[in-house]
Each structure stands twice: as structure tokens, then as C-alpha cells.
Ligand binder design. Structure first.
Ligand code: HEC
Length: 184
């Protein structure tokens, strides 16, 4: 039994040191201009989702989803996020596929997670990706407004839809139109 455990420990050490060695010798790819393999994407998305579920506090938004706050959220989105996540004119961002992993289009595929989940991702960012943490550049109420907007992209009240149409020339998406997929 003792030899078995010793064997296990040595195997794990060899794997760890081997992996580290390969990385330090330059065998790991650094290119961001390729698409992640399907299995990597799947594992990384599950790891991200589960980590947010484990770490994010279950906060209730202090910002009510009034027309005014949703329009503020839309404006904040256009100013800070559309460059990577796609504009309200439904055009894809020129940059989206230049990240590894790519930035999802949040207008065509809005997140269907709870508000506390989306708030946490925006506030703290996503490590090892192009998604910045916004806690140093946006106030918490502004992050809640963004969250309110993003979790309601397909079910906005009429006044907000009118504002969207006026400022982009394009009708906002409604539920069912584009299908639901928050990871594309
Ligand atoms: C510099 C590019 C960039 C900017 C600017 C940016 N993001 Fe991101 N964002 C990313 C990338 C890349 C990912 C993908 C991370 C991943 O796959 O785990 C991402 C992921 C996300 C996610 C998670 C989506 C999911 O599938 O769970 C949300 C929500 C999000 N961003 C919101 C925002 C908001 C809101 C803003 C503006 C305040 C913003 N992002 C600005 C690059 C960006």
C-alpha cells in the first residue's frame, strides 16, 4: 500500500514537472487568432459557470428595471461593450473573433443567467480571456444598469424598444427570434 501511494505521488510530480517543463521550453501555443477546440470550449465554459456559481454573492439588484435605467444600460453597453460584443444595430464586432476565446455576441445571444451571475462576471471580468473587470472603471449602479439591460435584451418595454430603434435604425430582437444560446 505504501509503495502504491509513493508511486502515485511520484507519477503526479513527474506529470506536473513535465507539464511545467514543456510550457517553459515554449511548447504551448500563444496564438489568439484561432478558434478553441470544441472540447476545450465545453470544459472551459462549464468551469467558468460553476466557478461563478460558487463565488458570486446572491445579490438582489438595487437598481429597478425602469425605462430610464434600461436606456442608461443600453447607452453604457454601446459605449463600453459593443466594440467586443456586437452593436445594437446587430452587426457583429470586428474584434469578436480576434480573442481566444472569442467574445460572444450579447445582442444576438444575450445571457440567460440570473442578474447576480451577470453582475459578478461584468464586475470581476473573466481571467485568461479578453473580458476585463469593470469594477475600477464603472460604478456599481452602472454595472447593475448594464445587467438589467443585458438580461432583458429580448423583452424590453416598448419605450426602450423605441429608443433602441431610433438610435440604431434596427428593431430590437425578441425572444425566440434568434434562438437562445449564451455561449456563442
Ligand atoms: C476587450 C473586449 C471586451 C470588452 C470591451 C468587453 N468584453 Fe465581455 N467578454 C469578452 C470576452 C473575450 C468574453 C468571453 C469570455 C469567455 O469565453 O469566458 C467576454 C464575456 C462576457 C460575458 C460572459 C458571457 C457568457 O457567455 O457567460 C459577459 C456577460 C460580458 N462579457 C459582458 C460585458 C459587458 C457588459 C461589457 C461592457 C461593460 C463587456 N463585456 C466588455 C471581451 C470583452
Amino acid at each position: 500500500m505504501r509503495n502504491f501511494i509513493l508511486g502515485m505521488v511520484i507519477t503526479i510530480l513527474v506529470l506536473l514537472i513535465g507539464g511545467l517543463g514543456l510550457a517553459l521550453l515554449g511548447f504551448l501555443p500563444t496564438r489568439a487568432n484561432s478558434a478553441p477546440p470544441e472540447m476545450e470550449r465545453h470544459i472551459a465554459m462549464s468551469a467558468l459557470d460553476n466557478s461563478v456559481e460558487r463565488h458570486a454573492p446572491r445579490l438582489n439588484s438595487p437598481v429597478p428595471p425602469t425605462d430610464e435605467n434600461l436606456i442608461e444600460g443600453l447607452k453604457l453597453y454601446t459605449m463600453n461593450c459593443a466594440g467586443c460584443h456586437g452593436g445594437i444595430d446587430r452587426q457583429p464586432s470586428a474584434f469578436a473573433k480576434s480573442f481566444y476565446p472569442p467574445a460572444p455576441n450579447l445582442i444576438l445571444h444575450p445571457p440567460d443567467d440570473a442578474e447576480w451571475h451577470v453582475f459578478y462576471v461584468i464586475r470581476t471580468g473573466v481571467r485568461y480571456t479578453g473580458m476585463p473587470a469593470w469594477d475600477k472603471t464603472l460604478s456599481e449602479p452602472d454595472i447593475w444598469k448594464l445587467t438589467a439591460f443585458l438580461t432583458r435584451v429580448e423583452k424590453l418595454p416598448p419605450a426602450v424598444q423605441d429608443y433602441w430603434k431610433k438610435s440604431s435604425g434596427v428593431t430590437p430582437p425578441t425572444a425566440g427570434q434568434e434562438g437562445h444560446d449564451d455561449h456563442k
